[in-house]
Design a binder for this molecule. Structure first.
Ligand SMILES: Cc1cc2nc3c(=O)[nH]c(=O)nc-3n(C[C@H](O)[C@H](O)[C@H](O)COP(=O)(O)OP(=O)(O)OC[C@H]3O[C@@H](n4cnc5c(N)ncnc54)[C@H](O)[C@@H]3O)c2cc1C
Length: 404
C-alpha cells in the first residue's frame, strides 16, 4: 500500500516537534499537523514560562540538535535545596557531588520552541500548518486521518499516528480514550522575581502549609517562581496589589536570596493530574501531555514527554533496520511496556509529594521533616534521588549523534 506519510504527528509543540526532529534523519517520511501558525505560537505569553529541564532531558535535546542553541540561553541548576517552612527538615543536592556540570537547567518554553522551529525548518519534515485533525480511522495497514486546513478538507494516510496534541488532545477524544483525573483544587501562580543577592544557581523547593513554592534560577539575580496554592488562596493572592503579594511571597520563601521584587506579571494555572487510560489505539500512540498532565511541583511534565519521544524514536529507528511494520500492535505494546514504569514512578512521586507536603497536620509534618533530614544524611538514598531529579532513573534512549 502507498502511504502519504510513514509517521504523522499531531501537535507541533515541544514534544511533537522534538519527535519529528528525532525521526527527521531517518528514511521515514514525517508529517506534523499543527493547528496554530508558528508566529502566533512563538508570540504567545505561555512561552514566557520557565521550564526546569533534567540533565537527562538536555541529553535528549542534544541528540536532536536543539540543545546546542538553547544551552546559551538556559541557566544551570548547580544545587537543589529542599526545605519545609517553619520546620527543621532540609535536603541538599549538588552537581559537583554528582560529577556533572549541572543537575539540570532552566530555559523558557520560548527558547526551546524557537530552537525546535528553526531545526524543523532545516529538516525534511513536512509541516502541515495551520491544520487540525477532525477525524481518524485505522484500517488494516494504515491509519486514515481527516484534516481541516482553512476551509479545505484533506485526507491523509500514515502507517503510524502519534498524538502529541497536548492536554485537550483531539486524537484521544476521537479514540474515546478516557482519562483518570485527580483534581487537587489548587492553582499554580507563576511569576518572576529579581533577587537582592546573586544566585549560585540553586533551585529551591520550599514546602509551605498552603502548598509548595519553587524558585528556579533564570539568571544571576532573576528567579522564576511557581507558587502552588489552594484555589481560594490563589484567587486572593492574584487579586492583591503587587506590593502586598510580594510581601506574602517574601514571607513564605524567606531571605535565602535577599529582598525580592516582582519582575513579571502573575499567571494562574489550575492544577490537575490527568492520565489517559491507555497509551495506544489502533496504529496510534499518545505522548507528552496528550498522555499525561502533571502537577508542576516537581517540574516533570516536559521531562517525561521528552523521555516518551526518545524511547519511541529509538524503538522506531531500530525497527526500521529490519523493515518491519512500525504501526503493528505488538510493536506498540512493547513501547507501552518500555514506558510504563517511568510513567508510573513519576506520577506516584509527583502525587505523593503534593499530598504529603500540602498538610500541616503535626504528625505528618514531623514525619516528612524527619524523612528529609534522614535522606540528607543517607548518601545512597540521596544519590538515588539526585539521579531521578536528573532524569537518569532510566537509561537515556539513543537515536542520534550526541555532542555532549
Ligand atoms: C505552570 C507550569 C509549569 C511547568 N513547569 C515545568 C517544568 O519546570 N518542567 C517540565 O518538564 N514541565 C513543566 N511543565 C509542563 C510542560 O509545560 C508540558 O508538559 C509540556 O509543555 C507539554 O508539551 P506537549 O508538546 O506535550 O503539549 P503542548 O505544549 O500542549 O503542545 C500541543 C500542541 O498541539 C497542538 N494541537 C492541539 N490540538 C491539535 C489538533 N487537533 N490538531 C493539530 N494540532 C493540535 C497545539 O497547538 C500545540 O502546539 C509546566 C507546566 C505548567 C502549566
Amino acid at each position: 500500500m502507498n502511504y502519504d506519510y510513514d509517521v504523522l504527528i499531531v501537535g507541533g509543540g515541544l514534544v511533537g516537534g522534538s519527535l519529528a526532529l528525532a525521526l527527521g534523519n531517518t528514511p521515514l517520511r514525517i508529517g506534523v499537523i499543527e493547528s496554530i501558525p508558528e508566529e502566533k505560537r512563538l508570540a504567545s505569553s505561555a512561552g514566557d514560562r520557565a521550564l526546569a529541564l533534567a540533565w537527562g532531558s538536555s541529553l535528549i535535546l542534544d541528540q536532536i540538535g536543539v540543545w546546542q542553541g538553547a544551552e546559551k540561553k538556559a541557566a544551570p541548576i548547580r544545587h537543589i535545596h529542599v526545605s519545609d517552612r517553619g520546620h527543621f527538615g532540609k535536603l541538599r543536592m549538588s552537581a559537583q557531588r554528582e560529577g556533572v556540570p549541572a543537575l539540570g537547567y532552566v530555559a523558557t518554553a520560548r527558547t526551546l520552541e524557537e530552537e525546535v522551529a528553526t531545526r524543523l525548518d532545516q529538516s525534511p519534515v513536512t509541516m502541515i500548518c495551520p491544520a487540525s485533525v477532525v477525524g481518524l480511522k485505522a484500517c488494516g495497514e494504515a491509519v486514515h486521518v481527516s484534516l481541516r486546513e482553512g476551509d479545505k478538507s484533506i485526507n491523509l494516510t500514515a502507517r503510524l499516528l502519534v498524538a502529541a496534541d497536548g492536554g485537550n488532545s483531539t486524537v484521544r477524544q476521537l479514540l474515546e480514550i478516557g482519562q483518570a483525573i485527580g483534581d487537587y483544587a489548587q492553582t499554580a501562580i507563576v511569576t518572576e522575581v529579581e533577587t537582592g543577592k546573586s544566585s549560585d544557581f540553586t533551585a529551591y523547593e520550599r514546602f509551605t502549609p498552603t502548598g509548595p513554592l519553587a524558585f528556579l534560577p533564570v539568571a544571576k539575580k532573576r528567579y522564576s517562581v511557581v507558587w502552588t496554592q489552594k484555589a481560594a488562596g490563589a484567587a486572593a493572592l492574584l487579586a492583591m496589589p503587587e506590593k502586598e503579594f510580594t510581601d506574602h511571597l517574601q514571607s513564605a520563601f524567606g531571605y535565602w536570596l535577599g529582598k525580592i521584587a516582582l519582575a513579571s506579571r502573575r499567571q494562574a494555572f489550575p492544577l490537575k493530574l490527568i492520565r489517559a487510560e491507555r497509551m495506544t489505539g489502533e496504529r496510534v500512540v499518545l505522548v507528552g501531555n496528550a498522555m499525561h498532565q502533571l502537577h508542576p511541583v516537581a517540574g516533570q511534565g516536559l521531562n517525561l514527554g521528552l523521555r516518551d519521544i526518545a524511547m519511541l524514536a529509538e524503538m522506531l529507528t531500530a525497527r526500521l533496520e529490519f523493515g518491519e511494520d512500525i504501526g503493528e500492535k505488538a510493536f506498540l505494546e512493547r513501547y507501552v511496556q518500555a514506558r510504563q514504569a517511568d510513567l508510573d514512578r513519576v506520577i506516584r512521586f509527583t502525587d505523593t509529594t503534593v499530598r504529603v507536603f500540602s498538610t500541616d497536620f503535626f504528625p505528618a509534618a514531623f514525619a516528612r521533616n524527619a524523612g528529609l533530614l534522614a535522606l540528607d544524611r543517607f548518601q545512597p538514598g540521596k544519590r538515588l534521588l539526585a539521579q531521578y531529579a536528573m532524569g537518569l532513573g532510566n537509561r537515556i534512549p539513543r537515536f542520534g549523534p550526541l555532542s555532549k
